[in-house]
Design a protein around this ligand. Structure first.
Ligand SMILES: [Fe+2]
Length: 226
């Protein structure tokens, strides 16, 4: 079931653009090749890991909390995860398919070789996707990721355009003590690069049931062909 877009705080990159427009330097700024690109940190690629679903759920929409028209939602802290897919120049990438997958609240993936298979939350979709429009924005409703043995909480991402894979990465919870001990997180070269995949999960503005919101913008290190 497609989840309606809730109110979300304006995206930081929009603020930046608006600010630039207000001070009248947008045109100059964007006509200098690479000027904006230098300010952007390309989202580092990270391992796909062993648990990309080996069978897709019956429902692959952007709401991982509810499978089709099920009435029992998944267990976990409800989180709206959104952001923009940007190319190397900071321009939005449209028609990008953003896929996420993560383990459920009990540490089980939608994979036949997952750990904790006996505890799997059958109401959690485990995988979802969203196709971007002209603004490059995506939105998924899921649970706040949890730790499982050997890993700090994370959400796996894969960005495609048509059949082509553009980027595989993961995002983490800012301030989570497990990050510093996580081999994949530590393996990302550069403090800024690690920061670029480590995002706040903060209360959703206007949320009535303790929902969280996280914003994860993905900057491709290149500009995909139209
Ligand atoms: Fe994982």
């Amino acid at each position: 079931m497609k989840h309606p877009l809730p109110y979300l705080a304006p995206l930081a990159s929009d603020n930046r653009r608006r600010f630039l427009q207000r001070i009248g330097i947008t045109a100059a700024f964007f006509t200098v090749p690479g000027a904006f690109a230098e300010a952007l940190i390309a989202t580092p690629a990270q391992t796909e890991g062993p648990f990309y679903p080996d069978h897709l759920p019956l429902d692959t929409d952007n709401d991982l909390l509810v499978i089709n028209n099920g009435i029992t939602p998944a267990v976990g802290e409800v989180s709206y995860v959104s952001g923009r897919i940007l190319d190397a120049h900071g321009d939005p990438v449209r028609n990008a398919t953003v896929e996420i997958w993560q383990c459920d609240a009990h540490g089980a993936y939608l994979h036949t070789k997952t750990g904790n298979a006996d505890k799997r939350d059958t109401h959690f979709q485990g995988f979802g996707r969203f196709v971007t429009g002209s603004t490059g924005e995506y939105l998924l409703r899921t649970i706040k990721p949890v730790a499982y043995p050997g890993r700090s909480p994370h959400i796996h991402y894969k960005v495609r355009r048509g059949a082509k894979e553009l980027l595989t990465t993961q995002c983490y919870i800012k301030g989570h003590p497990g990050n510093e001990k996580d081999g994949v997180w530590k393996g990302i070269k550069g403090e800024k690069e690690r920061a670029s995949v480590t995002v706040d999960f903060s209360p959703l503005r206007g949320g009535k049931a303790g929902e969280l919101a996280a914003q994860f913008d993905i900057v491709l290190g290149f500009t995909p062909e139209a």
